[in-house]
Design a protein around this ligand. Structure first.
Ligand SMILES: Cc1cc2nc3c(=O)[nH]c(=O)nc-3n(C[C@H](O)[C@H](O)[C@H](O)COP(=O)(O)OP(=O)(O)OC[C@H]3O[C@@H](n4cnc5c(N)ncnc54)[C@H](O)[C@@H]3O)c2cc1C
Length: 374
């Protein structure tokens, strides 16, 4: 069997590596004509994502480790604390590079400058790219992200991503006087949401979500830094972090994929954000993409009949990804600002429900060797 994998982000290379491990040949086609060196901000990979990546040979030694999460209010009071298995924060470009090294080591072909425009079905699948070239295979995997072309080829009426009313930003503060414990990520629910942790070089890396009704281009760093300072006012430690940041990097509008009715048709199937993009506030998008890639490969390894393999893959994945997406949507409304009652109840909520659900999601592990049953 030969798979055409569309998209060279996270889900694409992981799918190709997992298929290779399952004895299935694949080629990855990426729309951009160069690699994404130096592009993008930081990404956190949760323990479940690290475990999925380990299955395809990526050791959890990239970026920096995080083991603790602290929820706080804007007066510096701790509302909740969770200690779990190790997550890692990593520049997106570093993760891409590590995956690229692995695909190269496995001699998996990755072709750049290949934007999929159409797919034809005859005996197998024929992909057509915007440069007019074509490629034939037995199955086609749409790992082409939240604006997936494959999704609309599978179903022209498929939903499109929705803006959740939040813009994302990030930056680093130098000599801010803000203290952070080692391996700890802080989530502050104040005038708006803000997260931060300390880098090995002593700088505090931070990211935030700002409620903005319409998605806007984040054009000038100086204007947005000023807008953020106004929005956070005297919130602690946002005030110090923003005062000691020289620029702000716009991560862009946060979007989610509403539930996608059809994950597959004929010999085409979706994996990663194309099928299930939870809001970035879940911290799970990349991890779920890696899990789905691995599960798809297991299904194709163990089930000869392709439609049955795709149906089994969807059955294994849909409940989990939709539950996590639903919780992230709820978190977004919290991030738009927490009322006084929610703030008061936060420690209790975290203790009883939040921490349990959170660790349950993170404890998910795929048994690669287990036979997939239909
Ligand atoms: C601001 C922000 C912060 C985030 N933070 C986190 C985080 O901390 N932790 C986390 O787990 N997740 C996070 N996410 C989500 C995470 O980035 C995604 O879930 C993850 O990148 C999904 O991987 P993917 O491979 O499915 O899609 P992508 O990474 O989007 O990759 C898709 C690839 O397909 C290519 N492509 C698109 N169309 C075509 C085509 N027609 N032909 C060929 N190639 C095509 C694209 O160029 C791209 O390279 C964040 C997202 C955002 C927006």
């Amino acid at each position: 069997m030969k798979a055409l994998v569309i998209g060279g982000g996270i889900a694409g290379p992981v799918t190709a590596l997992a298929l290779q491990k399952a004895g299935i040949e694949s080629v990855v086609f990426e729309a951009y004509d160069t690699t994404a060196d130096g592009v993008g901000g930081m990404l956190s990979v949760a323990p479940n994502g690290l475990a999925a990546l380990k299955i395809v040979g990526l050791e959890p030694d990239f970026g920096e480790p995080l083991r603790h999460m602290v929820m706080a209010d804007a007066q510096g009071r701790t509302l909740g604390r969770i200690t779990g298995d190790m997550s890692r924060v990593v520049p997106r470009a570093e993760l891409y590079q590590r995956l690229r090294e692995l695909t190269a080591a496995q001699r998996i072909k990755v072709e750049y400058g290949k934007r999929l425009v159409d797919v034809r079905h005859e005996n197998g699948v024929t992909a057509t790219f915007s440069d007019g070239s074509t490629e034939e295979g037995d199955v086609l995997v749409g790992a082409d992200g939240i604006r997936s072309r494959v999704r609309t080829i599978i179903d022209p009426h498929a939903p499109q991503p929705e803006y959740v009313g939040l813009l994302g930003f990030g930056s680093y503060a130098e000599n801010s006087g803000v203290h952070a414990d080692p391996e700890t990520m802080y989530f502050v629910f104040g005038s708006s949401f803000l997260g931060y942790w300390e880098q090995p070089d002593g700088r505090i890396a931070w990211f935030n979500n700002l409620a903005v009704d319409q998605p806007e281009e984040v054009s000038s760093s100086a204007i947005w830094l000023e807008r953020l300072r106004e929005a956070y006012g005297d919130d602690m430690p946002a005030k110090q972090l923003l005062a000691h940041s020289h620029e702000v990097i716009g991560a862009g509008p946060l979007e989610i994929m509403p539930s996608v009715p059809h994950w597959y048709r004929d010999r085409m199937v979706l994996v990663g954000d194309s099928a299930h993009a939870p809001s970035a506030s879940s911290g799970q998008g990349a991890s779920l993409a890696a899990e789905s890639a691995v599960q798809l490969a297991r299904c194709l390894r163990d089930i000869r009949d392709i439609p049955t393999a795709f149906a089994t893959y969807e059955r294994l994945r849909r409940p989990r990804v939709e539950r996590i997406a639903a919780r992230a949507t709820k978190t977004n409304s919290d991030k738009r600002g927490m009322g006084p009652i929610t703030r008061l109840l936060m420690p209790l909520v975290m203790k009883t429900f939040g921490a349990r659900a959170f660790t349950k999601d993170q404890n998910y592990r795929i048994d690669w060797d287990a036979q997939v049953s239909r």
